[in-house]
Design a protein around this ligand. Sequence first.
Ligand SMILES: Nc1ncnc2c1ncn2[C@@H]1O[C@H](COP(=O)(O)OP(=O)(O)OP(=O)(O)O)[C@@H](O)[C@H]1O
Ligand SMILES: [Mg+2]
Length: 508
Amino acid sequence: MTPLLRLVDVSKSFGATRALRGVSIDIFPGEIHCIIGENGAGKSTLGRICGGFVRPDTGSFWYDGNEVPFFSPEEARAAGLAMVFQELSLAPDLSIQDNLFLGAEPTRNPLRVLRRSKERLDCRSVLDAVGLGRIDIRQPVGQLPPGQQQLVEISKALARKPKILVLDEPSAMLSLAERKHLHGIMAELRANGTAIVFVTHHVSEVAELADRVTVLRNGALVESIAGRQTVDQIVERLGGGGMPAPHRPQRQLVQHADNATADLLSFVVPRLDGSTEAIRIAPGEVVGLYGVIGCGSERIASIVSGQASDAASVALEVEGQKIAVNTPVRARKLGIGHLPNGRASNGILPTRSISENLYLRPRSRNQRVTLAPTGGDPDKELSEIGVRYGNAKDLITSLSGGNQQKVLIGRLLGSDLRLLVLEEPTAGIDIAAKADVHNLLRKCTGKGWGILLVSSDLDEAIALSDRIHTMFDGQCVRTYSAPTTGDMSSISADVVGATHAKDREEVL
Ligand SMILES: Nc1ncnc2c1ncn2[C@@H]1O[C@H](COP(=O)(O)OP(=O)(O)OP(=O)(O)O)[C@@H](O)[C@H]1O
Ligand SMILES: [Mg+2]
């Protein structure tokens, strides 16, 4: 079979960084071709070359059996290529509908009204495909939670009916159920002959979906293998220290002599069975909130971190005191730090350097955040969190996605805090670095910090949490103390409402 796309001996450097070194790859119609490798290995660069967004220094390029110049973005689009970028590329102030057809209006019909109604129809069908059928298409994209923004981005690519679809970590911000939905869409596209280039750090997705796996390391091709691979084979091919074991090491809770009984944070949420659940975080504890997007955990994370406009709707107690955390500044003064979901729109200052982004934190709780140099040692901190970078003075946007996320984590860990609210802390982080991040978080709990963890990665939630509260429809379903992998199926059932439905049947 002729490859639809063929890259031969492609190299690309950014300044002193050699992002790709002589990589060759074939993309066939009707295959899901997974690209895997550690953070900074060159995966996104490869995807962007296919989409015409990065021009390689050397190498040749073939489309449908013919050698052609490397694509520009317009040529890529004309050839039937659609891209979902690692960082969202939507216009936050425009409506969902306008975003979907930005730069790709369906017809040049002078009767704009007709065009809009055709757009609306097309809009509905692509949103339906990703499970957003009931969403109001007139609302600005920026008002959606990151997971739904990601789904809009995916529908935008699907609306083009692509021959080649490049998905760069599309699932990093999706919940398990949404990820499954996406897998279904991918399988359908594959059956219709679409070629899919799929970049992901989720080895389980690779094992489930890949017809071919290409492994990159340090910008070079390690191998390109056809056929299904098991999780173990993939982990071995990644060549790292293996997958972090989903286990919870025994840990001693930190007792503060002066205030031994006070929880760092407590609040009450309604339970599905009509009662209430007290959620408490003691010093040294990790408490996980687990559920699908829209289950209410993101809302709790934004209330605790002072981001929510309805802050008063959940009564928080911080160290035993009733306190309204109504602004992010207030949260910081209380020692509450927040890692939001979706780094591109939250938290990163794209026009600033790596070191400025790392030090975007006050020296102590009561100081203001400034961009002034703090006299710290950025190289030491960056190497501690395993960031792959050239110079700390380079722009933060010169880092690969996973390495930007590590900088955000480093910013929090170096702050004067006692409670971390972490949303999807290791989204986009490779499996070896993930273990390092988990160890750093355990160091924080070791010194008495508490963590409220919102993660759609169940292995991670189980590995880190002392307790997991499952959430559905704004309510707590059940609480698992010292959860283990044995609780996985029960936890997964809770969050899709299965427990609720079963309990109701029992009552009836
Ligand atoms: N625009 C750019 N300017 C400077 N350096 C860049 C740029 N884009 C990528 N790089 C560098 O090229 C290398 C490869 O980056 P790339 O984004 O392709 O990695 P990746 O495999 O996608 O990693 P991740 O898993 O973290 O997304 C990295 O060292 C990165 O810092
Ligand atoms: Mg990337």
